[in-house]
Design a protein around this ligand. Structure first.
Ligand code: GLY
Length: 378
């Protein structure tokens, strides 16, 4: 990738800071499973009440990225410890959701890809079968959540989970995994991507017929608004579905989604708002959306011809730099790197503008992608 001298220096400098900070965190946190730090300290989500949480793979993913990029075995040991703890969640398929992709792509599948560990392959295939088991054949979609009044609900975030099915297909040769992924991607394209380039977060289908019924209120401002992290999931998710399937329409979708995101992020200096269609006040940003969208744009850049690449590469770097400069906390003694993450618009101020583990994961992935040092998690 051709970065300007200034951007290349910034990326190198940021990688140095990431190594120092993540090394200090790893020594402190070990194989506890972190989410949002309180007063600069992570707690542990590997308790029976919290082990099913969708965010529980991101720290493990960071550890595998660090192991791959530095060769330091302390990261491998921590990742393996977390992977074992996640077995508690894998043991009870009634409690996990479609987010088994986020949880086990970052843990068992990364382990198998990097080390060939057979136990990890079995875990990954178990998780993929749980995801495949959520498929609704008449509706041609993957069910998102477990409550009995949400049997027909689908969310855009799931486009980041379907790569687990592409991986299972690659490993087993069983086309059902891939068929489910493709049917789901097609269904979401039809009913969650809007003609103007924006996205819905949630759609409710009739679980018996598969017909679209309504759009429930999302993590953004409202059902008709434009939640930026959901949009980022769509950009990266369709870019990944293109990578795994070669279906051109997925790449076209990812590009259009990226253009919409960049145009909106540019309105606020490349630090995206939590929702691109919300009231002007209060001003809520979401740094995690910037980092995930940046990774999606770097994936698109790999797929497009030479003269198209700069749009996505520069877009990714602009967001990465602006967002990191506004929100990063480099104090080695405090947990959490990227502040400014927002869980949801209406979930309370304590979940707005906070460091969230997936913001750190996607920031690390984006920086490593720019250095050609990343391992492929998806
Ligand atoms: N997948 C849930 C979220 O993005 O908050």
């Amino acid at each position: 990738m051709k970065l300007s001298a200034e951007n290349a220096a910034w990326v190198e400098e940021t990688w140095k800071k990431l190594q120092e900070k993540i090394s200090a965190e790893a020594d402190r946190v070990g194989d506890r499973i972190p989410y949002i730090p309180e007063n600069g300290k992570y707690s542990d989500c590997s308790t029976p009440e919290k082990i099913n949480g969708w965010t529980n793979g991101f720290w493990v993913g960071m550890m595998w990225q660090m192991y791959h990029a530095t060769g330091d075995k302390k990261y491998l040991e921590i990742a393996r410890g977390c992977e074992k703890k996640l077995d508690m969640a894998l043991a009870d398929g009634t409690k996990v959701s479609h987010d088994v992709g986020f949880m086990w792509l970052h843990s068992a599948v990364a382990d198998y890809r990097l080390t060939g560990n057979e136990e990890s392959k079995v875990r990954g295939l178990h998780a993929a079968s749980l995801l495949a088991g959520r498929y609704n054949p008449d509706g041609e979609f993957i069910r998102a959540w477990n409550p009995s009044d949400r049997i027909g609900w689908v969310i855009i975030d799931c486009m980041m989970n379907v790569p687990l099915l592409y991986w299972a297909y690659d490993v087993t040769g069983d086309p059902r995994y891939k068929q489910i992924a493709l049917h789901h991607a097609d269904k979401c394209m039809k009913d969650l991507l809007r003609p103007d380039g924006s996205t819905y977060h949630i759609v409710a289908f009739n679980p018996n017929t598969g017909e679209k019924e309504w759009y429930p209120d999302p993590q953004g401002y409202n059902a008709e608004s434009s939640w930026s992290r959901g949009h980022a999931w769509a950009i990266y998710g369709y870019a990944l579905s293109y990578k795994h399937s070669g279906k051109q329409e997925y790449l076209e979708a990812a590009k259009a989604l990226a253009h919409y995101f960049l145009a909106n992020a540019a309105q606020t200096g490349y630090v995206p708002l939590l929702d691109f269609r919300a009231p002007a006040e209060p001003v809520y940003y979401d740094s995690t959306a910037a980092m995930c969208a940046a990774c999606g744009m770097l994936e698109i850049a790999q797929a497009v011809p030479e003269f198209e690449k700069p749009l996505y590469e520069n877009g990714a770097v602009n967001m990465l730099k602006a967002t990191a400069e506004k929100f990063c906390n480099w104090k080695l003694e405090e947990d959490g790197i990227l502040g400014g993450g927002s869980v949801a618009y209406h979930r309370g101020e304590d979940q707005i503008h906070v460091p969230i583990i997936y913001g750190d994961y996607f920031m690390l992935e984006a920086v490593l992608r720019l250095l050609d040092k990343d391992c492929f998690i998806w």
